[in-house]
Design a protein around this ligand. Structure first.
Ligand code: HEM
Length: 538
């Protein structure tokens, strides 16, 4: 009582000072008590005391590179937060992420929840098992093949656009289609290919998850309808499409803002998050989370008003049943469709963009791939390859894998909590509650597995290295029960996209000596990739 009265008597500056002192003291006490016995592990001094070091590192957009440098300096184990150890050893993947070891996703994933917890961000094992059972058969190789016509349709639209721009570019014309527009020079059209891959990925996943594309490839811009009022949109479920009031928003931009926001917010301790949300930098991302939910709500509401026998993710989610024969409720269905949109859009577009960059940067690799594609596709004049035509082309596969290795679209160590009873990883035992992660970006640069030239883009290494070592170390889709459920779809998309696009066009970089700039939120996202595109003579 006396303390409360004394506190009430303080002005706000004194209160803030007191709060600061309490927080600092709390961090020092936690360091001294060392509940997870991490004091012996090296790392940046600030990271040993506070999560703010990691928060700042994430916010600056180069987490994977920074953590990689720390591993080069300190070795296999690096403490990157008071209760978070990064372990850069391929053997750790099989333990930290393995089936049956009991580790769960950490509270990092709470920052990714919108509408309600979905397959990606649920932290409950039974809830995850129930959802995964429903979703996994949707992504079996057999089911994914049913989506092939939808995937090919939008690749055809992208090619239609680029053919048109190539023709105009060859005449030296310029225009505004696509973010940043395009201009003709030296017989080529010059444009930033990243937004175009975003339009493609969003239209594909919009069609698969919500029953119709966002129409970005038709309008050549980043635009998607979002429900003005989320409650109204939910209420309109089962009603008429016109019941939902929508406005158009830049969905790619929103997804991007949301990725940076959630990845930065997720590394802060839960008590700090409500305060952080008030900061202007975070409030933009917070708005993005809500807008993204609005996009899913509007799209699902619209799709469910149209009885249809379409083969798409939403239809399959509706048909799905758990062990007790229960279907998903309306809100869960929307949350899962949103999960597919988030997980299945910029993962594919960032990877496609990185593949285009590396091929343009390495003309001899591009030439070799052109040769393989010309031989495989022969005189077929359909501009979009079928999965059957490209699914077993060794060099195409090596090119895609080499980009997934060197670029590491998902590069950060995905955080897991040590379960009851502790966990022994690479000879060290960690107590329950410790957060562990294995950084994919660093694992993909392990010289013992990949050779001394790990920083070089060289698809040939895929024919030289030990297959078992590679399998154990190549981690683009993660391992274990939380690995990418959409992997078959992602692989099919990448094979058809790269196979079709590379057969038809020749790419050069506008500035070959300029480094490929990446900004990382949850994913490693290229900032831009300006290329000169020319139709090949096929
Ligand atoms: C190149 C493309 C892709 C890459 C590199 C990728 C990578 C990953 C990774 C690393 C994870 C684990 C995330 C974590 O543990 O935090 C993951 C999970 C997931 N991915 Fe993908 N992904 C890709 C494409 C897709 C596609 C096309 C879909 C679906 C349309 C998809 C759906 C999911 C879902 C739902 C999860 C959560 C699975 C679970 O927790 O059970 N992904 N992905």
């Amino acid at each position: 009582m006396a303390i409360a009265e004394a506190l009430l008597g303080l002005d706000w500056k004194a209160l803030l000072g007191l709060l600061f002192a309490v927080v600092v003291l709390g961090h020092i006490v936690a360091y001294v008590v060392d509940p997870h016995a991490l004091r012996a592990y090296p790392g940046p001094t600030l990271a040993k005391f506070t999560d703010l070091w990691l928060g700042r590192t994430v916010a600056l957009g180069h987490r994977s590179e920074v953590v990689h440098e720390l591993h080069q300096k300190y070795g296999t184990f690096v403490r990157i937060a008071p209760n978070h150890l990064s372990i850069a050893d391929p053997d750790a993947l099989q333990v930290v992420y393995a089936h049956g070891n009991g580790s769960l996703k950490s509270n990092f994933y709470d920052a990714f929840v919108s509408i309600q917890r979905g397959l990606f961000n649920t932290r409950s094992r039974p809830e995850h098992a129930r959802k995964r059972k429903i979703v996994s058969h949707i992504f079996s190789q057999k089911s994914v093949l049913e989506f092939e016509p939808n995937v090919r349709l939008y690749i055809g639209q992208l090619i239609g656009n680029w053919d048109r721009l190539c023709e105009a570019g060859a005449k030296g014309l310029s225009g505004n289609d696509g973010e940043g527009g395009w201009r003709g020079r030296d017989g080529r059209v010059w444009l930033d290919c990243l937004p175009w891959y975003n339009y493609l990925a969003f239209d594909i996943i919009g069609d698969l998850a919500f029953g119709s594309p966002f129409g970005m490839l038709k309008t050549c811009q980043d635009s998607a309808p979002v429900a003005v009022s989320q409650q109204d949109a939910m209420a309109a479920y089962g009603g008429k499409d016109s019941d939902i009031e929508v406005v158009h928003v830049p969905a790619v931009q929103i997804l991007n803002d949301r990725g940076v926001y959630s990845a930065s917010m997720g590394v802060l301790p839960p008590w700090m998050r409500p305060l952080a949300k008030k900061l202007p930098w975070f409030s933009k991302g917070n708005k993005a989370v809500k807008s993204l939910a609005g996009i899913a709500i509007a799209a699902v509401a619209k799709r469910l008003t149209m009885p249809t026998d379409r083969v798409d993710l939403l239809g399959k989610l509706q048909d799905g049943r758990d062990d007790e024969g229960r279907p998903m409720g309306r809100e869960e269905l929307t949350a899962e469709a949103l999960t597919q949109l988030i997980a299945g859009s910029d993962t594919t577009s960032n990877s496609s963009c990185a593949i285009t960059y590396h091929l343009a940067h390495n003309p001899h690799v591009q030439e070799k791939l052109h040769k393989e594609l010309d031989e495989a596709l022969g005189t077929d004049d359909n501009p979009v390859a079928t999965f059957e035509q490209v699914k077993k082309l060794p060099y195409l596969e090596a090119v895609i894998n080499e980009v997934l290795r060197i670029h590491s679209t998902s590069g950060i160590g995905l955080p897991r909590i040590v379960p009851e009873g502790g966990l022994t990883v690479c000879g060290r035992t960690f107590p329950e509650g410790t957060v562990l992660s294995v950084p994919t970006f660093t694992i993909h640069r392990d010289k013992e597995v990949w050779g001394e030239d790990v920083d070089a883009f060289r698809p040939e290494r895929w024919f030289e290295q030990d297959k078992n070592d590679i399998q154990r170390t190549f981690n683009p889709f993660s391992f274990g029960p939380r690995s990418c459920v959409g992997r078959n779809l992602a692989s099919m998309e990448l094979l058809i996209i790269v196979g079709s696009i590379l057969r038809r066009y020749h790419f050069v970089l506008e500035q070959p000596d300029k480094p490929f700039e990446i900004l990382e939120g949850f994913l490693r996202k290229p900032v831009e990739c300006v290329v000169g595109i020319k139709r090949r003579d096929v």
